[in-house]
Design a protein around this ligand. Structure first.
Ligand SMILES: NC(=O)c1ccc[n+]([C@@H]2O[C@H](COP(=O)([O-])OP(=O)(O)OC[C@H]3O[C@@H](n4cnc5c(N)ncnc54)[C@H](OP(=O)(O)O)[C@@H]3O)[C@@H](O)[C@H]2O)c1
Ligand SMILES: [Zn+2]
Length: 332
């Protein structure tokens, strides 16, 4: 099969190669990949994270496709089923799995880090990782559910955002941002997008503010209340500004650090606001299934779709200043 492979880290080392097609072991399925989402984690796998295995390595953490073959004992799906792939390996036996927190499995890992990922014509995954998609769902949406959608879905649930609250979403036109806006709106929150884009009203933003002087503008439009919920996946560069936009009893959630992980925290600001800082990562399988069942209610904006041959371009496109929407690999 054809796959995007690197033998040494570096986007410049990514190339399309003919590699052996995997076959599903007991309990596994072979998925013919239709579409893969390209995410910052793929860039990190290709360029930065140490200990990636196996080598040569096929990256790719987010995908959807068609079941091609099933291993022994697999009854949950059959050849020909259209599926989306829960993006974390989990063993199903540890205490975290038993408590429905598969993304924290003690033996778990993100797909495409310690096994070959989905930037390939075929990928094998555990049968419990695949979820059938509703008929008519686009491949772009199916391949956006595992990472771009599930992560803010869980982060928002975890932060207990409620109807009538003010939700502030940073990086709002990005992979996770565009879904966060939709989920916050669905819950009945007043949604404020922080973005370099003009308007994100298509995704449910009630207001779109540029980052410059955002705190002042937020103060004006909320009459000093500020935000009850802030999603800051951008990290370091925007920390002070985003913390200043958190109102009393506010919750700020972080699941990413796109501009760096180191921040200063004024603890007096934290307690005097009665605020909570929440870390979140991925989401559990039951929320993934819930999201798949509701996926037709949401939209995803795709900026560019690339073929496997253009894998290097796809990775570079993630950080293009012109980017407006998702970058996807259309594989078959
Ligand atoms: N832990 C997890 O499970 C998990 C899952 C998904 C993502 N993440 C992490 O979360 C972070 C965000 O992921 P993502 O996929 O949403 O990222 P993304 O789509 O690549 O970027 C997010 C958005 O942030 C804004 N942005 C990016 N760089 C910026 C900069 N230097 N200055 C100002 N604005 C900038 C842009 O939005 P505008 O143009 O609208 O301003 C961009 O579209 C990443 O660090 C990623 O690794 C973690
Ligand atoms: Zn486990």
């Amino acid at each position: 099969m054809r796959a995007l492979v690197f033998e040494k880290q570096g986007t410049e080392n990514l190339k399309v190669a003919e590699v052996e097609k995997p076959s599903p072991k007991e309990g596994e399925v072979l998925v013919r990949v239709k579409m893969s989402g390209v995410n910052p984690i793929d860039n990190m796998v290709i360029n930065a994270i140490p200990g990636i295995k196996p080598m040569p390595h096929i990256p790719g953490t987010e995908s959807a496709g068609v079941v091609e073959e099933t291993g022994n004992d697999v009854t949950s799906v059959s050849k020909g089923d259209n599926v989306t792939v829960f993006g974390r390996y989990f063993d199903g036996t540890c205490d975290m799995c038993a408590h429905g927190m598969e993304m924290l499995c003690r033996k778990g890992y993100i797909l495409g880090l310690l096994n070959n990922g989905s930037f390939a014509e075929y990928v094998t995954v555990d049968a419990r990782n695949v979820v059938k998609i509703p008929s008519g769902l686009s491949w772009e949406m199916a391949a956006s559910l595992p990472v771009a959608a599930l992560t803010p879905y869980h982060a928002i649930k975890r932060s207990m955002l409620k109807s009538g609250e003010i939700a502030l979403i940073l990086g709002a036109s990005g992979n996770t941002g565009q879904f966060a806006l939709q989920f916050a709106k669905e819950l009945g929150a007043r949604t404020i997008a922080i973005s370099r884009k003009q308007s994100l009203s298509d995704f449910g933003a009630d207001e779109t503010l540029p980052l410059a002087n955002a705190a002042e503008k937020l103060g004006e439009i909320t009459e000093g209340r500020m935000a009850d919920f802030v999603m800051n996946s951008l990290g370091e560069k925007f920390w002070n500004e985003s913390f200043s936009m958190l109102g009393v009893n506010g919750r700020m959630v972080a699941f990413g650090t796109l501009t760096g992980p180191q921040v200063n925290l004024d603890l007096s600001g934290l307690y005097s606001k009665h605020a909570a800082l929440i870390g979140s990562t991925g989401g559990p399988l039951n929320e993934f299934k819930e999201l798949v069942s509701k996926a037709a209610n949401y939209k995803v904006k795709v900026w560019k779709k690339f073929k496997l041959e253009d894998g290097q371009e796809a990775i570079k496109a993630l950080s293009s200043p012109e980017r407006d929407g998702r970058v996807m690999l259309e594989i078959s």
